[in-house]
Design a protein around this ligand. Structure first.
Ligand SMILES: NC(=O)c1ccc[n+]([C@@H]2O[C@H](COP(=O)([O-])OP(=O)(O)OC[C@H]3O[C@@H](n4cnc5c(N)ncnc54)[C@H](O)[C@@H]3O)[C@@H](O)[C@H]2O)c1
Ligand SMILES: N[C@H](CO)Cc1c[nH]c[nH+]1
Ligand SMILES: [Zn+2]
Length: 440
């Protein structure tokens, strides 16, 4: 029976659609819908103190930003984007297009067709999330999306140069310095200066995630990728200092980012908590990670690893780091997570920043029903069919006629009837259209 040693003061919950954030977001979307660019301008000024002549960057501005950056930053962006692209392309190439001949003369197939326009949201209210540009834009381009509109907010009134460079190098077709609900709404419903997109992708804070949730249907969305979460599973072999550092790595995302330790070792539980208190005062973002750990941090003592995996599955967290003697075991034992980080050699920060898997991952329980962003989310798997053998079409027509009439669909039934009549001379009760036709 597990024992909670440190409980969360506040529990994070899935968005309900009727809380304060949801109400604010509803009003902001309605405003952008009603007043277009005028509303976008006002909201950008209100929330981000950002009132440029144009939110969209010009070619000249892009060139200036690229030239302003340290060449090492550009080089690193290119290296990471190559890692993200390599994995995304391998995933894309694993998606087979198929065509089967289900019966002689009957062909059924599916193809993967890129979505035609995508809005890539790259968060940045608190800090520049440059890596989210790799994850959203590089992956969309690997899928073959022809139009990628990338939006990111200004940071403290300035353009986030490295993020813009990452968007540009990733192949974004339009880059706008615009954040929050106003960006999500503008890309979804369109304004005088923004042509709407077909799908939104990318993470964001609670406002951004809620805006995507409310606009889903009108546009496609990738997934619910809200405030970051981390859960560490540790047995007695784990290094508690590494566990503590890694828990805080995600707690620094925001005061609403939960960090949970599930361990089978009382020694590890105690040591991790001590190390966290030691590390926090020296962490530049300790003013965020501290409250996150205080209000959302949990330490749970499990009887054994079986129970630890069960507890971790129940959390269905975005990131699960496995610091145990046999970390690969988690691949078979766990079911609900956004991404697994197996062993001490890797960590969530590698996934966030450099290694090549996608860091846009499900939060707040969404891992129960979806994985993270990947190239397949930008592709629509669409089917087609063709019947080349008239005899088989006639047989299908008779079957269709009977099946449709069971459901009282007379119009559907007749589409089957006419083929049975035209190709096999079947008698028709409701028309003499084919009577006497040459059926050779
Ligand atoms: N799940 C994932 O895959 C994933 C990946 C990366 C980042 N994240 C999350 O993204 C988030 C980034 O958050 P952020 O805030 O730094 O950037 P953000 O870009 O998501 O949000 C900034 C915007 O929020 C809007 N905003 C701020 N306060 C508001 C208010 N009171 N009302 C209406 N709008 C308001 C502003 O317009 C601002 O432009 C973090 O929570 C992080 O954990 C999640
Ligand atoms: N942990 C975030 C959600 O996976 C992604 C990220 C990017 N940069 C830093 N962190
Ligand atoms: Zn992170």
């Amino acid at each position: 029976m597990s024992r909670t040693i440190k409980a969360a003061a506040i529990r994070s919950s899935a968005p309900s659609g009727d809380d304060a954030v949801a109400r604010t977001v509803r009003e902001l979307i309605a405003d952008v819908r009603a007043r277009g660019d005028e509303a976008v301008r006002e909201l950008s000024a209100r929330f981000d103190h950002w009132e440029p002549e144009s939110f969209r960057l010009s070619e000249a501005q892009l060139a200036e930003i690229m030239n302003s950056l340290d060449p090492q930053v550009i080089e690193d962006i290119k290296t990471v984007q190559a890692n993200v692209r390599r994995f995304a392309e391998a995933q894309r190439d694993s998606m087979r297009e198929i065509e089967i001949e289900s019966e002689p003369g009957v062909f059924l197939g599916h193809r993967h067709v890129p979505i035609q326009s995508v809005g890539a949201y790259v968060p940045g209210g608190r800090y520049p999330l440059t890596a989210s540009a790799h994850m959203t834009v590089v992956t969309a381009k690997a899928a073959g999306v022809p139009r990628v509109v990338a939006c990111t907010p200004p940071i403290h009134g300035a353009i986030p140069a490295a993020t813009v460079a990452a968007m540009h190098l990733a192949g974004a077709d339009e880059i706008h310095i615009l954040g929050g609900v106003q960006a999500i709404a503008a890309m979804s419903v369109g304004t005088e200066t923004m042509t709407p997109v077909d799908m939104l992708a990318g993470p964001g804070n609670a406002y951004v995630a809620e805006a995507k949730r409310q606009l889903f249907g009108e546009v496609g969305i990738d997934l619910f990728a809200g405030p970051t979460e981390i859960l560490v599973i540790a047995d007695d072999t784990a290094d508690p200092f590494i566990a503590a550092v890694d828990l805080l790595s995600q707690a620094e995302h925001g005061p609403d980012s939960p960090a949970v330790l599930v361990t089978t070792s009382e020694r590890v539980a105690t040591a991790v908590q001590r190390h966290i208190e030691e590390i926090l005062p020296g962490l530049r973002t300790g003013d965020i990670a501290g409250p996150a750990w205080r209000d959302h941090g949990q330490v749970i003592l499990a009887d054994d690893l079986d129970e630890a995996y069960r507890i971790a599955d129940a959390f269905a967290y975005e990131h699960v780091q496995v610091l145990t003697g046999n970390p690969r075991e988690a691949l078979d034992r766990m079911h609900a997570y956004g991404a697994l980080f197996l062993g001490e050699g890797t960590c969530v920060s590698y996934g966030d920043k450099v290694i090549g898997t996608n860091h846009v991952l499900p939060t707040r329980g969404a891992a129960r029903y979806t994985g993270g962003l990947w190239v397949g989310m930008y592709l629509r798997t669409v089917t087609y069919q063709e019947v080349r053998d008239p005899k088989l079409s006639a047989a299908l027509g008779e079957l269709c006629g009977r099946a449709a009439r069971v459901e009282l669909f007379e119009g559907h039934a007749r589409s089957g009837d006419v083929r049975a009549a035209k190709y096999a001379g079947a008698p028709l009760a409701w028309t003499d259209h084919y009577a006497g036709a040459d059926l050779a």
